[in-house]
Design a protein around this ligand. Structure first.
Ligand SMILES: [Zn+2]
Length: 266
């Protein structure tokens, strides 16, 4: 689609790790801004040569802007507005412009809304492309997701593998106990196992939810006769837990509620 100039104006690139998402976007930007579109991008033109992820090279292209998270846990509305001012102008050199939000999962609500307004305005001069990068598309507001094409790069490699193993083991033991006893205390212990090992202080963080979902998926392989479908459904909903949390419900309550909803006996 990029080679043919038919890519969506707003694309979410999610999955894998941050480096892989950056590489994918640089590749797409080269396809979009190349002097010889459709040819092997390795045949580097004056644009491609300067399209690099910031920090990895001193080279710079004025029509490729990457917005990094500017505050500790948040990409601020001020930073987004600065980026969007560039989007009001015509390209400097290339036949279009590419704007990248490197950590779209960290956009403040206000920042996401400012961005949304720009996505809804048709570009007047040259093609304008926005790329929103995040570990999961579900880390983004539904309004942004509904106006974007999501490209999934595949599951992230798991540096947190040991943490997930540990959580999965505790969760599986509690679930097995619940299958045997039918007691809700064991069910809440399963929720606690999913919940207590992660750092939930940042309500916008997607990672604790990803870890909890990964632990539930891992428990599918444990013996214990929990219906696979129930565990998959639980994992799926945990990945969306962050949006409930942003509505002011505590992480503990959300995890407990979802565990009871999917795994309670009877
Ligand atoms: Zn080129």
């Amino acid at each position: 689609m990029a080679d043919r100039g038919r890519l969506y104006p707003s694309v979410i690139v999610h999955g894998r790790e941050a480096d892989a998402r950056g590489e994918a976007v640089v590749d797409l930007a080269r396809r979009l801004l190349c002097e010889r579109p459709g040819e092997d991008p390795a045949a580097e033109c004056k644009h491609c040569r300067r399209l690099h992820w910031p920090d990895s090279s001193a080279l710079f292209h004025p029509d490729f802007q990457v917005l990094q998270r500017d505050l500790k846990t948040v990409t601020s509305v001020e930073a987004v507005k600065t980026l969007l001012r560039g989007a009001q102008m015509a390209p400097f050199e290339a036949r279009g412009q590419v704007f990248v939000v490197a950590a779209a999962d960290s956009l403040s609500g206000e920042a996401a809304n400012a961005l949304l307004k720009s996505l809804e305005e048709p570009h007047l001069t040259a093609p304008r492309h926005f790329f929103l990068l995040a570990p999961s598309q579900f880390d983004l507001l539904p309004t942004l997701r509904s106006r974007s094409l999501a490209i999934y790069l595949g599951a992230a490699p798991r540096p947190e593998g040991e943490a997930v193993d540990e959580i999965a083991a505790g969760f599986a033991v509690a679930i097995a106990a619940h299958r045997e006893s039918g007691s809700s205390i064991d069910l809440l212990a399963a929720a606690t196992a999913l919940h207590e090992a992660s750092d939930w202080r940042d309500p916008r963080a997607g990672e604790p939810w990803t870890v909890a979902a990964a632990a539930v998926r891992r428990a599918i392989d444990e013996p214990g006769a929990v219906p696979r479908r129930a565990l998959l459904a639980l994992a799926e909903e945990l990945l969306e837990g962050r949006s409930l949390r942003l509505r002011g419900i505590t992480a503990k309550r959300i995890v407990e509620g979802l565990v009871v909803k999917h795994l309670a006996l009877g």
